[in-house]
Design a protein around this ligand. Structure first.
Ligand code: FEO
Length: 398
């Protein structure tokens, strides 16, 4: 970039793309990359909102320098200390040592521990304001969206919300920075995967934050990852509202682990039987092939869930085990469940799936199906029973 990009009156985008990191948080695959968004508000006093991950600090500083156009930097607002956003703080303060860092009490504590920061700090609490001339930032503390110190900054004169992780997405900004410059629908899948895996656990806090924003006029949403919403900010707010309410669509996700294809065959049969029962949205995932972050994203929006596994060392296949562990940690609300699998001698796949179901307390729609070795076809009637029970339960759910 390196040339000033004014996305809103007096608001410049100074963020950077990252196409080099394979795993976000060293956990989540990001084949479409990610952006670390940061913003410069130019006014009588200039304010930087957030920085960028340390590995991209060179490009980020060049963007910031270009947007400042030789003017001083007066404030650096740290909405969130997670290093994907605060990772260039040291470099910023080294280049603009006069800048005062703005954050809340917890921010100060965390940047002290992460960066040894003990410089000029302006502490703000919930509802406090910072006037920079024509613009005024009002701070909204939003703990656990996504860390305890997380907050948002709302520019009151134009109604611009700097929302930090909330309303963010995986995926780089490929030339188009804003929702009116591209088809925002192209980001929805990565937005939901980001939500389900990074923010979803804190859905009650997201609801609380949305409640705080109710009635506040928002003309634009500037998150710290992904598209900027200046044409239709209501669209991203309503998506987050739906996901954080955990409203699921009728449909079924089937996720399985299969060593030699026999449990997979059961999954395919179940998928067909569900469609014959009138379930129009069925998605089948091989847990050994698809990263759990993608499967969780699909489960997040889907009411029915059929989990299958062959037996493996008296338990389920480790890739299914990884998925169920993720489900248990995700904060996901109840799903309609069913289990299936396959074994040849002592079993364990279905048994441990049932134990997972008991731990979650989610509703199990029918007894599990467990086939033996390659005798999968003889269990078709029982499979039809499971598919039928799921389809009926989805119908009564409406
Ligand atoms: Fe994008 Fe919680 O950091």
């Amino acid at each position: 970039m390196h040339h000033p990009i004014e996305i809103l009156s007096g608001v410049y985008y100074v963020g950077v793309n990252d196409r080099r990191t394979a795993l976000f948080e060293n956990l989540w695959p990001i084949p479409r990359g990610v952006s670390y968004n940061a913003y410069l508000l130019r006014d009588d006093q200039n304010v930087l909102v957030d920085t960028a991950e340390a590995g991209r600090s060179g490009f980020f500083l060049e963007n910031l320098r270009a947007a400042l156009g030789g003017e001083p930097l007066d404030y650096v607002v740290i909405d969130h200390v997670e290093p994907d956003h605060s990772g260039s703080l040291r470099e910023v303060l080294s280049a603009w040592p006069e800048a005062v860092v703005v954050g809340n009490k917890k921010t100060r504590d965390l940047i002290g521990r992460f960066y040894g920061f003990d410089g000029a700090f302006h502490e703000v609490g919930d509802g406090d304001t910072l006037c920079t001339g024509k613009k005024t930032l009002s701070f909204v503390l939003t703990p656990m969206v996504h860390w305890p110190e997380s907050m948002m900054a709302y520019e009151t004169s134009a109604g611009v919300l700097f929302s930090s992780d909330a309303f963010g997405s995986f995926g780089t900004l490929d030339g188009a920075l804003c929702d009116d410059e591209t088809d925002p629908g192209g980001y929805e899948g990565e937005m939901r995967r980001y939500y389900a895996n990074i923010v979803g656990k804190y859905s009650p806090m997201v609801q609380k934050a949305l409640g705080r924003l109710a009635g506040v006029p928002v003309s634009a949403v500037c998150p710290s990852h992904g598209l900027i919403w200046r044409k239709d900010p209501g669209r991203v707010v309503s998506l987050y509202d739906r996901w954080s309410r955990q409203e699921a669509d009728p449909g079924v996700v089937i996720a399985f682990g299969s060593m030699y294809g026999h449990t997979e065959s059961l999954a395919d049969d179940l998928a067909r039987l569900l469609v014959e029962e009138g379930v129009s949205r069925v998605r089948v995932f091989d847990a050994s092939r698809t990263h759990p972050s993608y499967i969780l994203s699909e489960i997040w929006r889907t009411r029915g869930l059929l989990l299958g596994s062959c037996a493996y060392n008296a338990g389920m296949l480790p890739t299914v085990e990884q998925l169920t562990a993720k489900l248990e940690q995700s904060g996901l609300a109840d799903r309609l469940l069913g289990f299936f699998g396959n074994y040849s001698w002592s079993g364990g796949g279905v048994r441990t799936l049932e134990a997972f179901g008991e731990r979650t307390g989610w509703e199990v729609v029918a007894p599990p199906i467990e086939a033996r070795s390659a005798t999968v076809l003889s269990d078709r009637d029982r499979l039809a029973g499971l598919a039928g029970a799921m389809a009926r339960r989805l119908r009564t759910d409406r």
